[in-house]
Ligand binder design. Structure first.
Ligand code: CTP
Length: 397
């Protein structure tokens, strides 16, 4: 991982995770970056400026003015190629989201023209509080890149979401930004999640898909340099980066319409959505009253993947998913041919930790060339990265 010649400001705020910044700054310098550290007063109670000035080989900045000398926050903001604020406490997040400017760190944030990366760190309840989530949303709208929090043991003794990303992950985010990833310049269109087919104004038919795998693919593609559009069915899962164009849809026909409109612009199309296979022949305009039994007529939805298989050009790469319970390989290969895809990703239902709703998955890839590749049980994020690495080697340059 190289950050050679990159000028990076590291902003540290008051959180116990500040201790991780000694290692982070050390790794950045080792990776070739020129680092300047800004600390809030609260941060200096968790880790000493002496540690960070020694590791960054540059004096730590913390006040807007010192010894009658003004620290030029505008100059600092212009100097940097990237600004990493880590850890970002709940209090500092709130200031950043609202444009408060009562210390050097927030002043530099307002003056920075470079991309800003924010790695939040706080207790699980503070993280889930609606006000924190609102601030995160505001920062994302302001084009700040939020580095996702981890799950695990927290300093409070509680366990859950709120842990700051590890030093290596922080570096990876910066390195991904600076280096051209394997999907640099590619446009990727992904659909994900379930669809809901209305029965009447209050009821619908759907399935157990959460969209986790498709969201992980979209996020991984963005971090590999692609311009990503995600067409997402109804799910409570959050998309953690604002680097993705998100289109929300409800039904199979809405998803079909958006995919047909967008596919011509894409180099890579991934159909990971669990599109309902059937929809109502006729949706009741009023709530259907209860009777002893109810018969509803269903009609087949349009197969988005198969339709795209008929339409795509030879330069485009089309990927579908298969979920089978028996004769997996046979059906996956059959799907590859029948839907004219370049790749079918077979979800293994053999593993209890794979598939719907889980954070992990195990898949087998079936490529048009006849090649197959098995990816063992890993987190959906890791699987997404491996799948996209594989696809990037198969796509036309
Ligand atoms: N798919 C789609 N549109 C549909 C149904 C499915 O685009 N209306 C896509 C899914 O996104 C997935 C692939 O088709 O990429 C596999 O879906 P699946 O339902 O397993 O395949 P089918 O061929 O529809 O079903 P079967 O196994 O019954 O043949």
């Amino acid at each position: 991982m190289s950050l050679k010649g990159k000028k990076i400001i590291v902003g540290i705020t008051g959180s116990i995770a500040a201790y991780k910044m000694a290692i982070t700054v050390r790794l950045m310098v080792k990776a070739g970056a020129e680092v300047k550290v800004i600390m809030t007063d609260a941060a200096t109670r968790f880790i000493t400026p002496l540690t960070l000035s020694t590791l960054s080989k540059s004096p730590v900045l913390s006040a807007l003015s010192e010894d009658a000398q003004w620290s030029n926050h505008v100059e600092l903001g212009l100097w940097a190629d990237a600004f990493l604020i880590a850890p970002a406490s709940a209090n500092s997040l709130s200031k950043l989201a609202n444009g408060a400017c009562d210390n050097l760190l927030t002043a530099v944030y307002l003056s920075a023209r470079c991309p800003v990366f924010v790695a939040p760190a706080m207790d699980v309840d503070m993280w889930h509080h609606p006000s924190t989530q609102r601030n995160i949303q505001t920062l994302q709208n302001d084009k700040v890149r939020i580095i996702p929090v981890g799950k695990g043991e927290l300093a409070s003794g509680l366990s859950g979401e709120g842990r700051m990303a590890e030093p290596e992950e922080l570096l990876q985010y910066l390195a991904n930004y600076f280096t051209k990833g394997p999907l640099h310049g590619k446009r990727v269109l992904i659909n994900a999640g379930p669809t809901q087919e209305a029965i009447d104004p209050v009821r619908y038919i759907s399935n157990h898909s959460t969209g986790k795998m498709g969201i992980a693919l979209a996020e991984a593609a963005a971090s590999m340099g692609a311009k990503v559009s995600l067409v997402l069915g109804p799910t409570s899962q959050q998309v953690k980066t604002n680097a993705i164009e998100l289109v929300r849809v409800q039904s199979a026909s809405e998803m079909y319409a958006v995919m047909m409109k967008q596919y011509t612009k894409a180099d890579l199309i991934i159909c990971s959505a669990a599109v309902a296979d059937y929809t109502l022949k006729q949706v009741a305009s009023q709530k259907i009253k209860k009777t002893d039994s109810l018969g509803i007529a269903l009609v087949k939805t349009k197969d988005i993947l198969a339709e795209l298989g008929k339409k795509i050009s030879r330069k485009q790469y089309l990927v579908g998913f298969a979920l089978e319970t028996n004769d997996e390989e046979h059906y996956a290969k059959d799907k590859l041919k029948r839907k004219n895809a370049n790749l079918i990703i077979l979800n293994s239902l053999q593993d209890p930790q794979a598939g719907f709703g889980h954070d992990t998955n195990a898949v087998t890839l079936f490529e048009k060339s006849g090649e197959t590749k098995k990816l063992a049980l890993k987190t959906k994020v890791e699987i997404a990265e491996e799948i996209l690495q594989y696809i990037s080697t198969k796509m036309k340059k």
